[in-house]
Design a binder for this molecule. Structure first.
Ligand SMILES: Cc1cc2nc3c(=O)[nH]c(=O)nc-3n(C[C@H](O)[C@H](O)[C@H](O)COP(=O)(O)O)c2cc1C
Length: 183
C-alpha cells in the first residue's frame, strides 16, 4: 500500500442548472478529491491544494467562474468547460481567450445539456435574442456546429452528459499526481 500522503485535490465548479455539477461530482468521486462550489471557496483555502480541477458552464461564450483559473492560485490547475455544443466539432480558442485563458494541456471540454422549461427568465430571453439576432438570419447550411446544436435543441430538453467523457481528464490529473509524488 502506498503510505505516502495523498496529494490534495480540490474539484470546484460553477453550474447554473446542474450539468457541470454532475461532471464535478463524477470527477471528485473518481479522484477521491474534495468537491466544492465556486461561491463557497476563498482564495486562501485554494493555496492548500496541490491540484485544483475547475469546471465552469459555458454561457454566451464565457466560462462561469473563469477568474478562479485565471488567478492561478495553484501551480496545477486543470480546467473543464461544460456546454451544449459538441466538443469534437467546436473550436474553443475564442471562448478561452475571452476568459483570459489559453487552450492546451490541462483543458478539457465536456458536453452538457439543456432544459428550456427550467431556464430562468434572463436565460430564456438571452436564448430567444441569440436566435433572433444571428441564427434566424442564416440558412441551416451556413451555421457552424455550435449554432446547429443551438437550433436543433431550441425550446426542448436534451442531456448529453456522459461519465465516460471524464476519462482523459482523470488520466491527466493522475499524471500530475505522479509528478508531484516524485518531487
Ligand atoms: C443563456 C445561455 C447561453 C449559453 N451559451 C452557450 C455557449 O456559448 N456555448 C455552449 O456550448 N453552450 C451554451 N449554453 C448551454 C450551456 O452551456 C449548457 O446548458 C450547460 O450544460 C450548462 O451547464 P450547467 O447545467 O452546469 O449550468 C448556453 C445556455 C444558456 C441558457
Amino acid at each position: 500500500m502506498n503510505m505516502e500522503k495523498n496529494k490534495r485535490i480540490a474539484v470546484i465548479y460553477k453550474s447554473a442548472y446542474g450539468t457541470t455539477k454532475r461532471y464535478a461530482e463524477w470527477i471528485a468521486d473518481e479522484l477521491d478529491a474534495e468537491l466544492m462550489e465556486y461561491k463557497t471557496v476563498s482564495s486562501s483555502l485554494l493555496g492548500e491544494y496541490d491540484i485544483i480541477v475547475y469546471g465552469g458552464g459555458l454561457y454566451a461564450s464565457g466560462i462561469l467562474g473563469a477568474d478562479l483559473v485565471a488567478k492561478r492560485h495553484c501551480e496545477n490547475i486543470v480546467l473543464f468547460t461544460v456546454g451544449l455544443a459538441n466538443p469534437a466539432k467546436t473550436d474553443y480558442t475564442e471562448i478561452m481567450e475571452k476568459s483570459g485563458l489559453t487552450e492546451g494541456a490541462g483543458v478539457f471540454h465536456l458536453r452538457g445539456g439543456i432544459d428550456y422549461k427550467k431556464l430562468n427568465l434572463v436565460h430564456k430571453g438571452m436564448m430567444a435574442m441569440m436566435k433572433k439576432m444571428s441564427i434566424d438570419k442564416k440558412s441551416y447550411e451556413e451555421l457552424n456546429s455550435e449554432e446547429r446544436a443551438f437550433v436543433d435543441t431550441y425550446g426542448g430538453k436534451v442531456d448529453f452528459t456522459d461519465k465516460g467523457a471524464i476519462a482523459p481528464l482523470i488520466e491527466y490529473v493522475r499524471s500530475l499526481q505522479n509528478k508531484e509524488q516524485h518531487r
